[in-house]
Structure formats: C-alpha cells, structure tokens
Design a protein around this ligand. Structure first.
Ligand code: DSN
Length: 440
C-alpha cells in the first residue's frame, strides 16, 4: 500500500522530504539531548483534524462555538499534567518553550525588573536573560555563572549575587547542565531576597516524571516545560504555577501573547502524559540516566574531558578541542558524516566562538527510546572516539557509518515503520546517507 497517499497526489515533493527525514532518523544514532522520537499515538493526535478549529479562551470560557470536544481534550491535558507535577495550576496552550517563558515573565514582571538566569554560554537558554533576546532587552538581566573549578552551580555564589542585585525572578533550569539541580537551594535564595522562583524543566521533565531527578514542584512558584524533549510528546509547551499566579499566567498567554491554542498539540500533550503515567515510562527514564552514565564513562576512558567530570542526567557536555584538537563544529560534522547526530556547544568559560566552540553536547533520550542500553553506549563511545581521532579519514568514517546503520536495524524507532518506505527505496543505503550529509 502506498504510504502517505494524499501527499503523493497533492505534493510529492514534500512527501519525499518527509520520507527522507524518517529514513534519516531511522538510520542514524541521534544524540541531540533535546530531541526524541514521539510515539505513533502522539503523532496521530498531532496530525488530527483538531488542527481545523479555533478555541480562543479556556475550557468552558471560549470565544468560539463548537468546543464540545476540544474543551474535554484541553481539560484532560491539564488534569493529567497537574496530577503528574502536583501543582495547583497548569496552562497547556504555549506554542513552545520560548513563548511559555515569555508568558510567565509577562505575568509576574514589569519591564526593567531584574531577572537572574544561568548565562547562555554556560548552559542557560536564550529566554533566561540573554542580551539579544526579549528577556535581556525588556528586563534587566544579571546572569549567574558556574563555578570555574567544579563547572557546577555554586549556590552560595548565586545567593551572593541575588543579595547584590535583588532580582524579582530567578530562573533555574538549563540546556547544557549535566548535574542534578538542588531546587531547595533556589527556594532558600528566593525566599531570602524576595524573588519569584521560576523553574524551566524543559530538558528534564521526563526524568522528573520518571522519578530519576527531583521535582521543583511544589517548591517553585512558576515553571515551564516543553513537551517534546525527554517527555516524548509533541512540539509544544506548558506552564505550571501556584494558585496565586494562575489568573495572571492564563491572561498573559491569551490574550496577552497568543491567539487560538493548537488543539492538535494539546491532544498530543494529553497522550504524552498518559504514556508517561505508565510503569514503562519509569523504566525509560531510569535507562536514560544509566545510558548517559555508561556513555560518559566510555568517553572518559578515551581521554575526553567531560564538563563537571560526568553526568547525573540525560546529557553529556565534553571538550573536543582540548581533548583531541578538533573544534566542536568540525567534530559534530564528522560525527554526522559517520552516522551520529550531535551539536557543537560552548563549554563553560569557552575561549572559542559559539559558531565553532570547544565542545560537543550529546544525550541519551532518543537512543533510549529505541531500546538501546549500556552495551550500545559503550559502542557509541568507541565510535565517537574513533571519529574524532580520525575526522578526516573517509575510510574510517565510512566503516563506522556502516556499523552504525547495521546497529540501527536492530533498534526500531517509535512512530516509524520501514515497511512504509518499501516503494520509496526502503532504508537508505550508506551511499545515500553519505550523499545526504555531504550535499548539505
Ligand atoms: N533548543 C533547545 C535545546 O536544544 O536545548 C533548547 O530550547
């Protein structure tokens, strides 16, 4: 049977690119820590007719008729998220993480107020106060930094800075921090200086729901998460907060910043929470961390310097430049060429540039979704080392790409079935994969 038959008729060019992307995701080891594989159930909800309707407002209080089903869907998504996080209030309408952070700030801050987040170059996020982002332009940003010796959060230093700058809000939560976050320390600091404690748990939501990272709730005043990272849901986000902020954050997202919610995403968020409530999700979260530790150990064995010395969560940040004499971008390109997708990344106190930094960031949510375990992580660590010590040797890269394609055959990707591509060339050959990388 033809796969994606309507697209084949209407827009074969886009259909070909979607299939090419499925084949790419199938035949590569995907190590970007913020990416994952959504399940077929999540994809079905995301691609449903819920995309057809407007629902401005909130369940029971909409500006449009015809909400007999969407009210129930949004209520289910909210109830499931609220129960999972143990918070007073949840809003599942933000289109993604950046608008979610923007909505929280809009709700609780005035322009010019001081905020404190981890500096972007050390593992924060653009929306945590980076100077060219709205968060650094609209608010007075006083970023905190990691401890230069331990490359970990130094809570006493953060506290000292907070006493000096008296922020209205402190953001805890990161995109390149491999260690457990001590939320109670942030609560203590915020209580002392009278700041709002905002937790951005986008990267680690799956770990928190799976019980392998402490939760900031109910300690944090406000929080956000994206839904597509370790939670394994659709591309979207949500806000969580104490009851006293509920009305303000709801108003900030609609009518403050957005119009109609993306109902297809809301439904898929509800599905993701249902999946995350099953016992198998706890095993998944635990395996993400076991895999990250196994991969970190193997990289360590090969002489890579790991930022902070290792990992407690789903991600690893490691030096390529000082460890192996190859800059991050060249390293991530060579890894992609050999079948492993990662991103180059600044390391704390990097002396290189963001476009070509000293390190690479990797993570294990995607490979764990495919069922890979510690034995595969050891192989991946060996392959990373082989690539980064032979980055210009085409024969080595070809050999590794072949070995990886073979391994990937034994670990199916959720949400995909290679039988679908039978009419379209099946799983891509090594040459096709190589051309895909080299031609881009
Ligand atoms: N872009 C995300 C990441 O890769 O960490 C953060 O939003």
């Amino acid at each position: 049977m033809t796969y994606l038959p309507a697209l084949k008729k209407t827009d074969p060019q886009i259909r070909d690119l979607i299939i090419a992307e499925e084949r790419r995701q199938w035949s590569k080891i995907r190590l970007i820590p913020s990416e994952n594989y959504a399940s077929s159930a999540v994809l079905e909800a995301s691609g449903s007719v819920l995309t057809n309707i407007y629902s401005e407002g909130y369940p029971g209080k909409r500006y449009y008729e015809g909400q007999q089903n969407t009210d129930q869907i949004e209520t289910l998504a909210m109830e499931r998220a609220q129960a999972a996080f143990g918070v007073d209030h949840v809003n599942v309408q933000p289109y993604s993480g950046s608008p979610a952070n923007m909505a929280v700030y809009t709700a609780v801050l005035q322009p010019g107020d001081t905020i404190m987040g981890l500096a972007l170059a050390q593992g924060g996020h653009l929306t945590h106060g980076w100077k060219v982002n709205f968060s650094g332009r609209l608010y007075h940003s006083a970023p905190y930094e990691l401890d230069p010796k331990t490359e970990r959060l130094n809570y006493d230093q953060i506290w000292k800075l907070a006493k000096e700058v008296k922020p209205k809000l402190i953001v805890a939560g990161y995109t390149a921090y491999p260690r457990i976050i001590e939320w109670n320390r942030f609560r203590e600091i915020c209580d002392d200086v009278g700041a709002i404690f905002h937790a951005d748990i986008s990267h680690i939501t799956g770990l928190i729901l799976g019980g392998v990272h402490p939760s900031p709730f109910p300690m944090a005043d406000t929080g956000i998460t994206t839904s597509h990272k370790s939670l394994r849901g659709p591309r979207g986000a949500m806000m969580m907060c104490k009851a006293q902020y509920a009305q303000a954050i709801d108003k900030a997202i609609m009518p403050g910043l957005q119009g109609g919610p993306h109902n297809q995403t809301t439904a898929a968020i509800a599905v993701a929470f249902k999946e995350a409530s099953l016992p198998a999700f706890k095993d998944y979260a635990a395996q993400i961390v076991k895999n990250a530790k196994a991969l970190a150990d193997q990289l360590n064995t090969h002489g890579f310097r790991l930022i902070s010395g290792g990992t407690d969560n789903h991600l690893i940040l490691f030096e390529t430049f000082k460890s192996k004499g190859i800059l991050g971008r060249d390293a991530s390109r060579a890894l992609d060429r050999a079948g492993m997708v990662a991103n180059c990344n600044l390391v704390p106190f990097d002396t290189q540039t963001p476009m070509n930094p000293s390190g690479v960031r990797i993570g294990t949510p995607s490979v764990t979704s495919r069922g890979m375990k510690e034995a595969e992580m050891v192989k991946i660590g060996d392959w990373i080392n082989a690539v980064l010590t032979n980055a210009k040797d085409e024969a080595v890269l070809d050999r590794i790409a072949g070995e990886i394609a073979e391994l990937c055959e034994s670990f199916p990707c959720p949400g995909m079935d290679p039988l679908n591509w039978a009419e379209d060339g099946g799983v891509p050959s090594l040459n096709a994969q190589k051309e895909m990388v080299m031609s881009h």
